[in-house]
Design a protein around this ligand. Sequence first.
Ligand SMILES: Cc1cc2nc3c(=O)[nH]c(=O)nc-3n(C[C@H](O)[C@H](O)[C@H](O)COP(=O)(O)O)c2cc1C
Length: 318
Amino acid sequence: MQPAVILAPMAGFTDRTFRALCASFGCDLSYTEMVSAKGLYYTDSKTNDLLRLGLNERHVGLQLFGSDPVILSKIVRHLCDTVGNDFDCIDFNMGCPARKITSNGEGSALMREPLLVSNILSAMVKSSTLPISVKMRKGWDEAHVNCVQIASICQDCGISSIAIHGRTRDQLYGGYADLDCISAVKSAVSIPVIGNGDIRSAKDALNMFSYTHCDGVMVARGALGNPWIFSEIKAALCGTHYTPPTEQERMELACQHAKRVIADKGEHGIIELRKHMPFYLQGIRNAAALRQRVTAVESLSDLQRLLLDRHDPKTYNK
Ligand SMILES: Cc1cc2nc3c(=O)[nH]c(=O)nc-3n(C[C@H](O)[C@H](O)[C@H](O)COP(=O)(O)O)c2cc1C
């Protein structure tokens, strides 16, 4: 069986439209944006909307963040009873580095609290009819690298798989992901380990597999503007040929992406979509000039004019 190739959770990006797009290019599993357990507990409608899947969407994990074992276990039970059939697993976020999250003791701040982690995960597993997975980092900072310890706790608590991003919280998204810590986690536990960090091509994915012996790879930023990366990695794993998209195909997919977001969220969806557009422009001619204009588009027709008719000098210079 081929190892799993997974789209990472990305707040603000991996909505149902983008997940479905990546699935159409061969991604095996994706995750919702991180969802606040407290937000669900106090029934914030915006938070609830993150739980809606796209039409025919399959193989999605629901990612929760929080730090209160009681709230988390109640929410897990509620989710299993209500939307349990929609999701393959519930994932717990122990990687988010944002200050507004860590200052509440959530996300990557939990890496500093092994006892609390054990309480939370045991409570979640006990309340769940779905597998509970964890996504974590290498550690809080270089002086506190404890991913192996936390991974062992995960395994002891009945966690089904661990995704590990090979950076400390201190690194945020800078520097490089450390593959040695992913190898160390893989050697320490028997549950599946997913390697994450800096996979931007099939070559990076193959290197992650061969260096760490991980059971699956997870791609985040490398999929933005490039959902083809899943086909590329799948082709490399099967030893088949992969043809990268042409510039025209990339522009067409960007417009298709916009069309689908608007179909899902209405005309205002174009505003949310703008942030995806610079990623589709990476490496194309005149990208710098176009970037500002695509991030200000007001409608689908504006976007189509900019991206599809851009070789027409009359349109381009308007
Ligand atoms: C814009 C953005 C949003 C993210 N949101 C989440 C999130 O909601 N949950 C999570 O576990 N990780 C989140 N991450 C971290 C990614 O899932 C991933 O671990 C990290 O970007 C490293 O992978 P990469 O090098 O392939 O980008 C986010 C990353 C980015 C860039």
